[in-house]
Design a protein around this ligand. Structure first.
Ligand SMILES: Nc1ncnc2c1ncn2[C@@H]1O[C@H](COP(=O)(O)OP(=O)(O)OP(=O)(O)O)[C@@H](O)[C@H]1O
Ligand SMILES: [Mg+2]
Length: 505
């Protein structure tokens, strides 16, 4: 950390209240030029709210923002951008129908002779991706991009503004290892050029790898700050949660029973090829691979979301054809998607209805007393998952990112499935609540459910799964029994490095 330089950004006594909730309470912090500051806190601590107050999306109720010694107030996001503060938000904010290049320059398109200079926009966008060393067609429509690619468009947009302060709100959640390394390189580039960077992540290895200093928030309040060189991970965690946390994978001993689901020669013309596996009752089957290995695509096809797949799917010994999510649910399959923003939650509906929506027919929407039952079910899952919300009638859009994820989990669990497919269930979930989700998964299988756990977090897969299926480029590379392979072996399989000749071809 370069403590000689004067502060670029100073927040003093920032308060932000929403109806019934104090999201930020007298928060003060300082970021210097050429410093990467990690902003740390549990789900709902107030991190994203702070980012939104800094970028003109929310106006603080109290307190002041000083940038380069000048006190500023931002009425709009555009104002903040012009002042030199830019952010990559946790939930990507983009125009799906526009191209990559258009999204980067939207609202500030360079003009030539009174017309938007599209050629220049595309050329500039291409230069940005060259600098990022990311291959992305600038004419592609954003709606056709993967979550990771969308994040890169946002990063490119932030870079294109030569900002004095760049804020990254959980930018790595959907990036592959290689992409994360690229991002680190870019962050260091920014820092060396004198930019102040605020970096938000729930992953401590990332925080220690890339940041110089930290600021901890808890329940909307400033708790501590300092240099990362002077603190250990357990110390940071206890500042964050107010107690010490052991990262445990509470895998109950379950003897897997009969085969519940059997998938054979499952293929898709573009996404995956010849995928076969069996899932037994009470089993947790892990699917590990790098981002883009095809794991989510297999699961989405299995759940009837993607047409065009063929192969054989047998449930409880009977061959089935799943053509829609409704038919998957009818066969006892539930799928908790990774991308909660687009597939998971109805953001504008209350928590209550989100959880009970897929089971309305069972609750009996028109029956007397359905409300009480709906309440009871929703409350049960909210408690089990340690959901942090003011009340169950609160709209999901008002919850923090990690708490939205918990609502999506609760919603599918309430369908009472036989097989539940969890796609990155702890993405964006803080270290304290992660243990709650893991405990919950373990309880599900103890009750006789079968779980498919798609995760890019190796300790999670190794800690919870009975067997680990490793995918690479749309194919199953290998399957390991619990404890059979080391982390190194699994990572090597996931990157296809067992087949170097194929990589070279
Ligand atoms: N628009 C809103 N209306 C009401 N409450 C809100 C709104 N936005 C955020 N909150 C509340 O403010 C608190 C802080 O939320 P915030 O999104 O800042 O958390 P976070 O630290 O970013 O968490 P996460 O790690 O889960 O992303 C939460 O209790 C949240 O429910
Ligand atoms: Mg957040």
């Amino acid at each position: 950390m370069n403590t000689n330089t004067s502060p670029v950004l100073q927040l003093t006594g920032i308060c932000k209240r929403f109806a019934g909730i104090v999201a930020l309470n007298q928060v003060s912090l300082t970021v210097r030029a050429g410093e990467v500051m990690a902003l740390i806190g549990e789900n709902g601590a107030g991190k994203s709210t702070l980012v939104k107050t800094l970028t003109g999306i929310y106006q603080p109720d109290e307190g002041s923002i000083t940038l380069g010694g000048e006190r500023l107030a931002f009425a709009t996001a555009q104002d903040a951008m012009q002042a030199g503060i830019t952010a990559v938000h946790q939930e990507t904010v983009m125009f799906d129908e526009l191209t990559v290049a258009e999204n980067i320059y939207v609202g500030r398109q360079p003009c030539r002779g009174g017309r938007v200079d599209w050629k220049r926009i595309e050329a500039e966008a291409e230069k940005l991706f060259e600098r990022l060393e990311v291959a992305l067609p600038v004419r592609a429509r954003v709606k056709d991009l993967s979550v990771a690619q969308r994040h890169f468009v946002e990063i490119a947009r932030a870079l294109s503004q030569d900002a004095r302060v760049v804020i990254l709100d959980e930018p790595t959640a959907s990036l592959s290892q290689r992409e994360i390394q690229e991002l680190y390189r870019i962050i260091r580039q920014l820092r060396d050029a004198g930019t102040a960077v605020i970096f938000i992540s729930h992953k401590f290895d990332e925080i220690f790898a890339v940041a110089d200093s930290y600021t901890v928030l808890r329940d909307g309040q400033f708790i501590a700050d300092g240099a990362l060189a002077d603190i250990t991970e357990p110390e940071l965690v206890s500042l964050m949660v107010g107690r010490s946390v052991k990262e445990a994978y509470p895998k109950a001993a379950v003897t897997p029973g009969d085969v519940v689901l059997e998938v054979s020669a499952f293929s898709h013309p573009t996404e995956f090829d010849n995928v076969s596996f069996k899932l037994r009752q009470g089993e947790i089957l892990g699917f590990y691979g790098l981002v883009g290995a095809g794991r989510s695509e297999v699961m989405q096809a299995l759940f009837g979301l993607t047409p065009g797949a063929n192969g054989k799917v047998v449930i409880h010994g009977k061959e089935v054809r799943i053509t829609s999510p409704a038919s998957a649910i009818a066969h006892g399959i539930a799928y908790v998607p990774e991308d909660r923003q687009h597939q998971g939650a109805h953001l504008t509906l209350p928590i209550l209805h989100n959880i009970t929506l897929p089971i309305l027919s069972r609750v009996g929407f028109f029956l007397r007393g359905h409300r009480a039952q709906e309440n009871k079910i929703a409350r049960h899952y909210a408690e089990q998952l340690e959901l942090k919300a003011a009340h169950l009638t609160q709209n999901v859009s008002e919850l923090s990112g990690g708490n939205q994820q918990k609502v999506v989990l609760g919603k599918w669990l309430a369908t009472d499935p036989k097989v539940i497919i969890l796609d990155e269930p702890t993405k964006g979930i803080d270290i304290g609540s992660k243990a709650a989700v893991h405990r919950f998964i373990s309880e599900l299988v103890a009750k006789g459910l079968s779980v498919i756990l798609v995760s890019s977090e190796l300790p999670e897969v190794m800690g919870l799964a009975d067997r680990i299926v490793v995918m690479h480029q749309g194919r199953i590379e290998n399957v390991y029994a619990r404890g059979e392979a080391t982390a190194e072996v699994i990572v090597a399989a996931a990157s296809g490095s067992e087949l170097p000749q194929e990589e070279c071809a």
